[in-house]
Design a protein around this ligand. Structure first.
Ligand SMILES: C[S@@+](CC[C@H](N)C(=O)[O-])C[C@H]1O[C@@H](n2cnc3c(N)ncnc32)[C@H](O)[C@@H]1O
Length: 138
């Protein structure tokens, strides 16, 4: 948990998101971009500046950035971000990763809005978890 109250995942598991990345791959990390992102990218579904909110180890952000788009990946899990930055360095794809709470209105005010055009989020809890709704959408 970066700040504020825990998400339901953290509350239910009793662990911060970062802990999921510390003992090998997290259960949702498939080691490649999500198929839906690959399909959308191949269909030209991304344009402008792109935000990946809850980017994890960066596979989706890297897939979209490889198109030549400006991509910012944010996550509360510092361990995931370190892995994402290492992947970016290895691949040579230019993508920015930053620690930020996507639910925080202050984070949006501070700069996440620049990625408004094609933001996407792939947390598995996003559809069912009220606490995963960004502050600007409540
Ligand atoms: C289910 S994982 C998905 C990770 C990645 N998108 C993927 O497809 O592998 C959810 C991610 O969202 C991050 N997350 C959860 N709440 C967040 C928040 N409020 N702000 C930013 N990231 C958050 C977690 O740390 C985790 O990396």
């Amino acid at each position: 948990m970066l700040q504020g109250k825990p998400t339901s995942h953290e509350w239910l598991s009793g662990r911060p998101w970062d802990a999921s990345y510390q003992d090998g791959p997290a259960p949702w990390d498939i080691g490649r971009p999500q198929p839906a992102i690959v399909r959308l990218a191949s269909e030209g579904g991304f344009a402008g500046a792109v935000l990946d909110a809850g980017c994890g180890t960066g596979e989706n952000a890297l897939e979209v950035a490889a198109l030549g788009l400006s991509v910012l990946g944010v996550d509360v899990a510092e361990t995931a971000l370190a892995i994402a930055r290492a992947k970016a360095a290895d691949s040579g794809v230019k993508v920015e990763f930053a620690a930020a709470d996507a639910l925080s209105s202050s984070a949006w005010g501070a700069g996440l809005r620049r990625c408004w055009t094609a933001g996407f989020s792939t947390p598995s809890t996003a559809t069912s978890d009220q606490s995963m709704r960004p502050a600007w959408r409540r």
